[in-house]
Design a protein around this ligand. Structure first.
Ligand code: PXG
Length: 465
């Protein structure tokens, strides 16, 4: 076969993709018929596709390209590390400089006594590590019946068997099943589920489901609770202010371990280094991936507090690890990414510049006839589409029908803004400038206008009864 290049005609690339490439979370036959969109280049917040369109990436790839595309320093570091030491493992009493330096840097950035890192290749792998680590921790403490992990419906923790089981998405559980010992409580999604309650009362009620579940299962059987500070893939569900303090109170009261899945919320996304800082959460373990390397290399991990690391470290081997745990090239690239984040004050840029500028414009979208609520923490936002703002009504059409139509308009208008059901979500690269935010908002507004016109003409602006 000839070399496949960016210069091949789009149709040829699409045909090859359709013939050989199985896409994640995709009905491949339908995609093959439609033709996949092929990205060829990235710079800052901008993508170029094979047709030469300049697309503004409101999703930072898949919530990961925090420093933006095209930072050649990361490639330089990768090449230097490959030339120096392309690979070595960290299993058998060996280590290497990139893994050592990255673990130390993460410990410096992470709050409290989260001072130890177990590396993985992705967020899913890291959450599989967490399942095994918390169960092993309680084994060592002589409480091996403490095995159940409590998670939340509509949470997302990856799509390996462990990660998919921790997640609360029935569509994932339906494909391949769910591992034992994981139970779910409700999500703090006030817009969709809060009824007549205030957000604060609803947040408290949802958090108290954790206490009820612990009592139902018996605390002697519960190992840990896991949650994303803000649910990402579930639709950027920002919990009411009462939610996390109550979860923290319950976790403290019953002495179970708290895992904050910071795969999306980590590394500046919420205007602090970690979402746990934004919400005042004190986890024993944090899951990290994505923004750790800004997606330039696949790497993830678990940041572990002193006490858990000490227990795990002094009681025989922990029979767990991945060939690529702490991969030297990925670790070197992640370190360079964190250097850029620090040297260029990117977290401060989110907090002091990009968030306030976007927040004013994002909130103003609620003037649009399609938009109910608009929520934004740091650079992680969502809007709820609704046929009736006052009653927070759902559409009569199947969930996601309307969101998909608006997303299609965004796609056509060269804006990547996704939909989850009938919520639209954004998480742009953290380096986005005010001028680029103006472009993002202009394209989003145009897409909402066009979507609204289509919905009216198709008779879809109808509330579910
Ligand atoms: N935890 C969280 C909170 C995530 O968002 C993972 C774990 C798993 O990470 P890996 O690296 O194994 O993918 C994620 C990943 C979506 C979407 O549709 C979100 C993710 C992945 C794929 C799609 O928004 N998040």
């Amino acid at each position: 076969m000839n070399k496949i290049t960016n210069h091949m005609p789009t149709a040829e690339l699409q045909a090859l993709d359709a013939a050989h490439h199985m896409h994640p979370f995709t009905e491949n036959a339908a995609l093959a018929k439609k033709g996949v969109r092929i990205m060829t280049q990235g710079k800052g917040v901008w993508l170029t596709d094979s047709e030469g369109h300049k697309i503004i990436d409101g999703m930072a790839g898949l919530w990961c390209v925090n420093i933006g595309y095209g930072r050649t320093e990361l490639g330089d570091v990768a090449k230097a590390q490959m030339d120096q030491l392309a690979y070595y493992n960290t299993f058998f009493q060996t280590s290497h400089v990139p893994a050592i330096a990255l673990a130390a840097k993460i410990a410096e950035l992470a709050p409290g006594d989260l001072n130890h890192v177990f590396f993985a290749g992705s967020g899913s792998e890291a959450n599989d590590t967490n399942i095994r680590m918390v169960r092993r921790y309680w084994d060592i403490k002589g409480q091996s019946e403490k095995r159940v992990i409590i998670a939340r419906t509509n949470g997302y923790h990856g799509s390996t068997m462990g990660g998919g089981s921790l997640g609360g998405m029935s569509g994932i559980h339906a494909h391949g099943g769910k591992i034992a010992g994981i139970v779910h409580i409700g999500e703090p999604n006030w817009w969709a589920q809060g009824g007549d309650m205030t957000p604060e009362a609803f947040g408290l009620m949802r958090a108290q489901e954790l206490e009820a579940k612990i009592l139902e299962l018996g605390v002697e059987n519960v190992a840990a609770f896991i949650g994303e500070p803000i649910q990402g893939a579930g639709g950027v569900i920002i919990p009411p202010s009462t939610y996390w303090p109550e979860i923290q109170r319950i976790v403290d009261k019953y002495g179970i371990l708290l895992i904050a899945d910071e795969v999306i919320t980590g590394f500046g996304r919420t205007g602090n280094w970690f979402g746990s800082q934004t919400f005042g959460i004190r986890p024993h373990i944090m899951t990290i991936a994505k923004g750790l390397s800004s997606g330039y290399q696949p790497i993830g991990g678990s940041i572990v507090c002193d006490e858990v690391a000490e227990v795990m470290g002094a009681n025989g081997d922990f029979n767990h690890g991945y060939t690529y745990s702490g991969h030297p090239v990925a670790a070197a690239v992640a370190l360079e990414n964190l250097r850029i984040m620090q040297d260029e004050n990117i977290v401060e840029h989110v907090r002091d510049v990009a968030h306030p500028y976007l927040k004013a414009r994002w909130d103003a979208l609620t003037d649009h006839p399609l938009v109910g609520e608009a929520k934004l923490v740091g650079l992680m936002g969502s809007i709820a589409l609704t046929p009736n703002k006052a009653s927070r009504a759902k559409f009569a059409s199947e969930a996601g029908t309307v969101g998909y139509k608006v997303r299609e308009r965004c796609f056509a208008n060269d804006l990547i803004m996704r939909h989850v059901g009938d919520r639209m979500i954004i998480a742009p690269p953290l380096v986005i400038t005010p001028d680029e935010i103006d472009i993002l908002i202009a394209r989003a507004t145009k897409s909402l206008d066009e979507g609204y016109a289509i919905l009216k003409s198709e008779g879809l602006m109808v509330a579910a009864s």
